[in-house]
Design a protein around this ligand. Structure first.
Ligand code: SAM
Length: 236
């Protein structure tokens, strides 16, 4: 038996509530809908079983394939920055564990999410279906090219960092739509929000962050992938 022995659903619920109060509300997230979504989604079911006891800690966690589930505060911050009201069509680049996808699905009309690793996409798809998140479509592929058949999107969330915002993503943003995500290299990344106003795109710099790279045709090249920290460099 691993470290999860004896942990029950209500223990996780108590940890989740503490996470919401101490990491989300106390740090200034004000969007009530985002706070409620963070309260509802069982984050521990989106992390590998042997790490469930760490699911509500203030940190990212490895999920396989050298990838991570982001820190809860960052998930809440990025989601709030999208300013969702409930009727949006959202595109997410980097499904990962599916946790952020679940949060978005509670806050928007439909979520389209793209993941480059089939193993992660398949696990996320299964988990989201089991938990009853129905307004979600997941595709395996290169998200730096977007999802042209479903464009335009009212909101786009990138959960991996390209060197610059991929042109197809700019083009697939609806008028008035917001794109939020990290941009930069391993050492220097900034979370940005891009708002489309007709033929113009207004860019705001939000906060410095650290994310895994977006690897794709309109992002980092495959052979640059190993310049980035992988699971082995995680401090446990
Ligand atoms: N939002 C995820 C969660 O809640 O677990 C965390 C995502 S993780 C920080 C970033 C993900 O982006 C990884 O799973 C990675 O494989 C994926 N990724 C990187 N480049 C991509 C690309 N071009 N297209 C689709 N997914 C990509």
């Amino acid at each position: 038996m691993g470290p999860n022995r004896g942990m029950r659903a209500h223990d996780y619920a108590a940890r989740r509530e503490r996470m919401v109060q101490q990491q989300i509300v106390a740090r200034g997230i004000r969007d009530e809908r985002v706070i409620e979504a963070m309260r509802r989604v069982p984050r521990h079911l989106f992390v590998p079983e042997d790490r469930r006891h760490l699911a509500y800690e203030d940190r990212p966690l490895p999920i396989g394939e050298g990838q991570t589930i982001s820190q809860p505060y960052i998930v809440a911050y990025m989601t709030a920055a999208l300013q969702l009201k409930g009727d949006e069509k959202v595109l997410e680049i980097g499904t990962g564990s599916g946790y952020q996808t679940a949060i978005l699905s509670l806050l928007a009309r439909w979520v389209y999410s793209i993941e480059r690793y089939a193993s992660l996409a398949e696990r996320a798809r299964r988990r989201l279906a089991e938990l009853g998140y129905r307004n979600v479509s997941i595709r395996v592929g290169d998200g730096s090219a977007g999802w042209p058949e479903e464009a335009p999107f009212d909101a786009i969330l990138m959960t991996a960092a390209p060197p610059t915002i991929p042109l197809p993503l700019r083009q697939q943003l609806a008028d008035g739509g917001r794109l939020v995500g990290p941009v930069g290299n391993r050492y220097d990344q900034m979370l940005i929000r891009l708002t489309r106003k007709g033929k113009q795109w207004v860019q705001e710099q939000l906060v410095p962050v650290i994310f895994v790279p977006m690897v794709g045709r309109h992002a980092w090249a495959e052979d640059q992938d190993d310049e980035w920290p992988g699971v082995s460099s995680f401090q446990e």
